[in-house]
Design a binder for this molecule. Structure first.
Ligand SMILES: *Cc1c(COP(=O)(O)O)cnc(C)c1O
Length: 462
């Protein structure tokens, strides 16, 4: 073993050759030295564990170039979403509309009116750009945008009810994901949680009985990622609203994946933000990057009297949105105000594809796979179902189409090869076959996907 260690050439000698490799020429010497050191360390480890290595300078340089390639490829990068889940939280939720991307690009490219009022020639507010548009689209009296919906809920509670009691139904004490649990967020804001009702049933009288002189709000939370079925009951929004108004505290709703258009899928109705406000909510919060189809943002809607303390709250600065988020949101809102959101906002267009369109898309992908049949690639177009994802339409299965592939290798192996490429392709496995759900794929995706699969069957690098 020590023989083999000694065979490895010195860093200095290798560095000289490394700098002359065309792939490495553009990088600083110190980076190349680091890469070589790591490569040699890795090779020594291989030797220690008894693996075969190529100890020649050419072999080592090839390994170093490969390592450099890996370092140069960004960690955050495009993937092809063949899962059929439109709002895939792990895959970045909503893809942006053309208008949103254009707005982001313009703002990214140079200086902007972020906090400048060009008409008045003086300082402006970053919150003004989208507030009026949100008010027009939802009928809200005022609007405020923060970093995400979790931030929105935290700001609302911190500004409105610190030290006071907040009444929540036991059926709505939800965990959204990670550490976002309603009781924990309430505690963090300084509010006191008062639980009412039971997991499946909460009545108006439960809320009524819980009201004390210390009550600061009633909070309603969208049960976005689960469903209680059977013997269930919750009071109507209008009833809760009358109760809150009679006591002059606000009725707050965390609407989760807020939507600007009322949506219906299967047996699930998702009211729009406008409908929620009209039903009597005083304050509504929602995400910007779920069903609304914009970038990550938290939207707060409500009456001026309730939003005023949020605007002057110190947390606002910590939770504030950046210019790219605002640009993406404004672009998306413009699609709703001025355009045809069902066509222009990708989340909505993917959601509303007709079965015939999806079936045609699946046949198109199968045709692109034709050449791969000679490599033992078995292709079948099939009807399937998927979920919307991202904490929306819990439990609703939507009908779609996809392509099922079996190969000489196991589905697990194929899934791995697809995932480890320079553009990862994310798929589902069912019945030991790989399934490409076509719902979230556009024509360029189909072509790229077929090219990637072509390389995989030929054993080429993808
Ligand atoms: C998704 C969700 C959140 C968190 O929203 P983010 O924008 O991801 O911070 C909060 N509450 C509900 C009910 C949700 O569905």
């Amino acid at each position: 073993m020590s023989q083999t260690f000694r065979v490895l050439p010195s860093i200095d000698k290798l560095l000289h050759h490394f700098q002359e490799q065309p792939e490495a020429a553009a990088y600083p010497r110190s980076l190349l030295a680091d890469v070589l050191r790591e490569t040699l360390e890795h090779l020594r480890e291989q030797i220690r564990t008894g693996r075969e290595i190529d100890p020649t300078p050419a072999g080592i340089l090839a390994a170093a170039v490969k390592r450099l390639d890996q370092m140069a490829s960004p960690g955050l990068r495009k993937v092809i979403n063949a899962t059929g889940t439109i709002l895939h939280t792990n895959l970045g939720r909503a893809p942006l509309s053309r208008q949103a991307r254009t707005r982001v690009e313009e703002v990214m490219d140079g200086y902007s009116t972020l906090e400048y009022n060009a008409a008045a020639g003086k300082r402006g507010s970053r919150y003004d750009h989208v507030a009026q548009r949100l008010c027009r689209l939802t009928g809200a009296e005022d609007a405020l945008v923060v970093n995400n919906n979790a931030a929105a809920v935290l700001l609302v509670l911190s500004a409105i009810v610190p030290g006071r009691e907040v009444i929540v139904s036991r059926g709505q004490l939800v965990e959204i994901g990670g550490s976002f649990r309603i009781p924990a967020v309430l505690a963090q804001s300084g509010a006191k949680l008062v639980e009412v009702g039971t997991t499946n049933k909460t009545r108006l009288s439960d809320y009524h009985k819980a009201i004390t002189p210390d009550t600061g709000a009633i909070l309603k939370v969208h049960t976005s990622n689960f469903r209680i079925i059977g013997f269930v009951e919750q009071p109507e929004d209008e009833e809760l609203s009358r109760l809150a108004r009679a006591h002059d505290f606000p009725l707050i709703e965390d609407a989760g994946s807020g939507t600007l258009l009322p949506l219906k899928l299967g047996d699930w109705q998702e009211p729009s933000l406008r409908q929620r406000l009209a039903a009597g909510m005083d304050i509504v919060t929602a995400s910007g990057d779920k069903l609304l189809g914009g970038g990550q943002a938290g939207i707060i809607l409500g009456q001026k009297r309730w939003l005023a303390p949020m605007k002057s709250h110190p947390l606002l600065r910590a939770l504030r949105v950046d210019k790219l988020t605002l640009a993406a949101l404004e672009g998306t809102l413009l699609d709703y105000e001025m355009g045809n959101p069902l066509e222009q906002v990708p989340v909505l267009s993917m959601l509303h594809q007709f079965p015939q369109q999806l079936e045609a898309k699946a046949h198109r992908l199968a045709a692109l796979f034709d050449d791969l049949r000679q490599y033992g690639w078995h292709v079948q177009v099939l009807a399937l179902t998927s979920q919307v994802g991202g904490g929306s339409f819990p439990g609703v299965e939507i009908a779609g189409w996809g392509v099922q592939v079996r190969w000489t290798q196991s589905a697990q192996k194929l899934e791995t090869r697809l995932r480890l490429g320079s553009v990862p392709v994310i798929v589902r496995i069912e019945d030991d076959a790989v399934i490409f759900d076509v719902r979230c794929l556009d024509e360029p995706d189909l072509v790229t996907l077929a090219a990637i699969c072509g390389k995989i069957v030929k054993g080429e690098q993808v």
